[in-house]
Design a protein around this ligand. Sequence first.
Ligand SMILES: *Cc1c(COP(=O)(O)O)cnc(C)c1O
Length: 378
Amino acid sequence: MKKLRLFTPGPAMVPEDVMLAMAHPIDHHRTADFRAMLKDVTEHLQYLFGTSATCLTITGSGTAAAESAIVSCLPKGHKALVCRAGKFGERWGKICDAFNIANTKYELDWGHGFKGEGVAKMLDENPDIDTVIVTHSETSTAAVSDVQAIAKLTRSRDILLVVDGITAVGAIPVKMDDWGIDVLITGSQKALMLPPGLGFVAVSDRAWTRIDSGTMPVFYGNLKAYRKSMDNFDTPYTPANVMIRGAQVALHRIKEEGLESVWKRTAMCARATREAAVAIGMKVYAKDPVDSVTAMWVPDGIDEPKLRKTMRGEHGMQIAGGQDHIKGKVIRIGHMGYLDRFDAIGVISALELTLAELGHKFESGSGVAAAQRVFAEA
Ligand SMILES: *Cc1c(COP(=O)(O)O)cnc(C)c1O
């Protein structure tokens, strides 16, 4: 027997009670029952995002939610600073270009996170910029940006801050209202313990003022329509109601465990993985490593596709590879959502078995021991 375990940074593992909730007979969405469910989901989303702002549930993947937010917040006459140091930062730049949104690209080497000082310098040099788009946890490089510092800056300058929190929300500390984030986005298949298919956007009053000040060539992703329906806890178009039922259970799980405990659990799994990597002679890729996912260099002489194929084929452990210029050079292991210390230790064990089989020289068991030590000391 082989058990499939997902350690990819999305999709990620889904708890059994969430799966069961989604097996409930299909209901209609224009009903009081659905509205009560969406109301409950919305309130729990506010807890998750740390906000009293409007939280919208959009049917579509995280990119759909991000596109809706970016396009709605940047009517003609506005200009974005797009922070790009990986695949997702690059994607938000592409969305701006696709909609003819004026934007300046701020690029860092992959593996680095954006800091307050760097963003401040870009804003000083480009006084026409009035919107910053940043990816909190850049999943493609497993690097974290200092969103708290960036938010402090954008608040003081009256600049709108749009944050891709797709592998941050529900994984690492993100506090929308405390920090002063204007728009915060996430997706269902990362830390939210759901299958792919839903995007979530929280929109502050400051952002609504901007959105209401203009119009954009957007229909399905027009946030104004979602806000209007949300007055009655409804959606403008047919929602993925089966997923929303699952979201209700997943969000209740997060509330029950407590967000702080979720962050701590995720951080511990990340630390254990980083220490295990070093112990078995693998270097962590990111200069500013995030706790939701770890990217690590594949040792010299090891065939990366073969490594992942063996991990899945022999051990049932699905991990991710690298993208673009780091394809074939790194592997990525997720720590988000429905996984515990034994999952984290288990994937390291499988990685050790695989590396040994492929000829990497290291002390067998040293990664597992390093990971266990992290949990034992906590
Ligand atoms: C997964 C991911 C996305 C894209 O989300 P989709 O659901 O695949 O559209 C965007 N940003 C980050 C940081 C992600 O991890």
